[in-house]
Design a protein around this ligand. Structure first.
Ligand code: M6R
Length: 611
């Protein structure tokens, strides 16, 4: 996954592009590059291995590069190791066509072989160089910059957001996308292109979300769009309402910490958008009460943390709405041959809305005629556009690779879905329904309370920083919180951890418990805590150091168990929303203490647009 930025207009292009790329580093950060059409009409390219800062240094923040039109790229390697050679932009032999690309050209090997047969030579291992030379081939054949891109689209398979500079068209950027995000912005004197809005928000709030196979043509005079027949098309612009500050760190040391602290607001905003006058209002969802009555089951899919939200949802929806729910890992589900009745509701959960496996699972199911609801944070993203209905979470841009606030907003989405289904299907009384909505409204304050006492969690983290293994155990919704807690810990602290349904540990994995192994028990489900406490004791008697995260009203916790934090009382259906905050902070502090790059953990990228 990568980030691309383009600019053409009255300003010096390189500083604008580099500034935009800094907002996209969450999309990739192993190398970066920039290309600018200079005053003499040639295209200058500068690339650097490593984080964007290296490129900024080499180019003096872009000041060294003349010219008013250019494209830039921050890379997360897919084909070929991170190196200057493999970094984008890529160019044709005489440097007259230069391109940056986000995505994967799946058939790049046969395309490359074909181009080699026609005399092309290659200097890198990338699919992007193949894409660039494919554009070059068709440009030379038809002498038409639009035709070169439509031919590219006809011959390339895979996903791409491709932005191209042609030396013959100085001051213009041509771009095409399929299944990789691209937004185009404009002002009076210029036009912008980026993989994501924060990259251009400083310059414009007027944007177009481009569609698959749509060609964008940017110049200082404005933006034009074309279809695959190269006919100009009309397009509706959107206005971005986000505060530019929302994409910045806002005084916190890391985006992750800032985003953890935004959770009370995010939960409140998401609730306020969908609960009005004590009623869930799904008016903007394009799903009627009749639809909710007629579904015979719910299938939830997603990846990573989004999948974990699905696990919480399974417990909550089944318990409240009495409808069968299955949760499926998207990368598996897309290749399954499930038995379907045709009356299922498919719920695809994704912060970015661009996760390749989730998108593919959605497409597979849509092709089988299954109605879909996307729970997505990024407006206009691919999953949002491919689904029949969209619940937009109101988390705002999430920069840290480890998701926190988007996860919390997704939880609210699935709680509301559970309550909506329960109400329409009459599986809970009106009183209970109202009571649950009131309970949900207390979550922001309860989360704020945890954030106000975070030093307790920091202290615990400092005592645990040398642990090699951590086990999270719990039952029911606490198990769902465990899997998310364990992922958080792994991805940013690099400490090995496992999450287990408490009763399952003794079926093999308990053999890994040694003297001093940290076992964290989550205890928020009243009817299950006794059982989990017994399982914790089993680990303690094998040498584990046991700590518990429990709601304040849980009784019977052995005196020798360490109390990590006492959670405020909450209805058990919604306890994941508060328990997870403690675990996010635990992982965060461990990551800081161990000197890790919290917001950009090794080997990871914010949104995974490849299989
Ligand atoms: O953008 P998505 O929600 O589809 O992303 C899914 C996962 O890649 C994501 O949740 C990942 O597991 C996070 N880095 C976890 O913090």
């Amino acid at each position: 996954m990568c980030g691309i930025v383009g600019y053409t207009g009255g300003r010096q292009a390189a500083p604008v592009i580099l500034d935009g790329l800094t907002k996209l580093e969450y999309r990739g950060y192993d190398s970066a590059g920039i290309a600018v059409s200079n005053k003499s009409g040639n295209i200058d390219i500068v690339k650097a291995k490593g984080k964007l800062q290296v490129l900024c240094k080499v180019t003096h923040n872009g000041e060294n590069l003349d010219g008013f039109c250019g494209i830039g790229h921050t890379r997360w390697a897919t084909h070929g190791e991170p190196s200057e050679n493999n970094a984008h932009p890529h160019c044709n032999e005489d440097n007259t066509i230069v391109a940056v690309h986000n995505g994967i050209i799946e058939n790049y090997v046969p395309l490359k072989e074909k181009l080699i047969r026609r005399g092309y030579k290659f200097y890198s291992e990338t699919d992007t160089e193949v894409a660039t030379k494919l554009v070059d081939y068709y440009y030379k054949k038809y002498n038409d910059p639009l035709r070169a891109l439509t031919e590219f689209a006809l011959h390339a398979r895979g996903s791409y957001a491709l932005a191209v500079l042609y030396k013959d068209y100085p001051g213009e950027i041509f771009a095409i996308r399929k299944d990789s995000p691209m937004v185009v912005g404009y002002t009076d004197g210029g036009a912008y292109l980026a993989s994501d809005v924060p990259a251009i928000l400083k310059y414009t709030r007027n944007v177009y979300y481009t569609d698959n196979y749509e060609i964008s043509r940017l110049s200082a005079n404005g933006v034009k769009f074309y279809n695959l027949d190269r006919e100009e098309t009309e397009k509706q612009p959107s206005v971005i309402t986000w505060d530019a500050e929302a994409a910045e760190k806002g005084g916190f040391e890391h985006f992750m910490l800032k985003e953890i602290h935004e959770q009370p607001d995010v939960v409140r905003n998401t609730l306020n958008c969908f609960v009005r006058d004590g009623e869930i209002d799904f008016g903007e969802l394009n799903l009627s009460d009749e639809d909710f009555k007629n579904f015979d089951s719910v299938i939830i899919t997603g990846c990573g943390s989004a999948y974990h939200v699905g696990v919480v949802a399974q417990y909550v929806i089944e318990d409240l709405a009495r409808i069968p729910v299955r949760v499926e890992i998207a990368s598996e589900y897309r290749y399954r041959n499930p038995v379907l009745t045709g009356k299922e509701l498919l719920v695809v959960i994704s912060q970015s809305g661009e996760t390749a496996d989730s998108l593919a699972a959605l497409r597979e199911m849509s092709a089988k005629g299954i109605k879909s609801l996307a729970v997505v944070n990024v407006v206009g993203s691919s999953i949002a556009r491919a689904a029949d209905a969209v619940f937009y979470t109101k988390a705002g841009p999430e920069i840290s690779v480890a998701t926190t606030k988007a996860y919390s907003a997704q939880l609210i989405a699935v709680y509301l879905l559970a309550l909506k289904l329960a109400k329409v299907r009459k599986t809970i009384t009106e009183n209970r329904y109202k009571g649950f909505l009131k309970e949900l409204a207390t979550l922001p304050e309860k989360i704020s309370g945890i954030l106000g006492n975070k030093s307790e969690i920091q202290k615990f983290a400092s005592e645990m920083m040398d642990r090699k293994d951590v086990f999270f155990i719990g039952r029911g919704i606490d198990y769902a919180t465990c899997i998310e807690s364990s992922l958080k810990l792994k991805e940013i602290s690099y400490i090995h951890s496992e999450a287990y349904a408490a009763g399952e540990l003794k079926h093999g994995t308990i053999s890994l418990i040694e003297n001093g192994t940290l076992v964290l028990g989550i205890l928020t489900q009243n009817s299950l805590v006794e059982k989990t406490i017994s399982n914790l004791k089993e680990t303690e008697s094998r040498g584990a150091y046991v700590a518990v995260l429990a709601t304040e009203d849980v009784a019977g916790i052995p005196a020798n168990f360490r109390k990590l934090f006492s959670l405020p009382g909450v209805d058990g259906h919604f306890s994941a929303s508060i328990a997870v905050v403690v675990m996010q902070l635990f992982a965060y502090f461990l990551s800081v203490l161990r000197g890790n790059d919290v917001d950009k953990p090794r080997n990871l990228a914010k949104s995974v647009t490849v299989e």
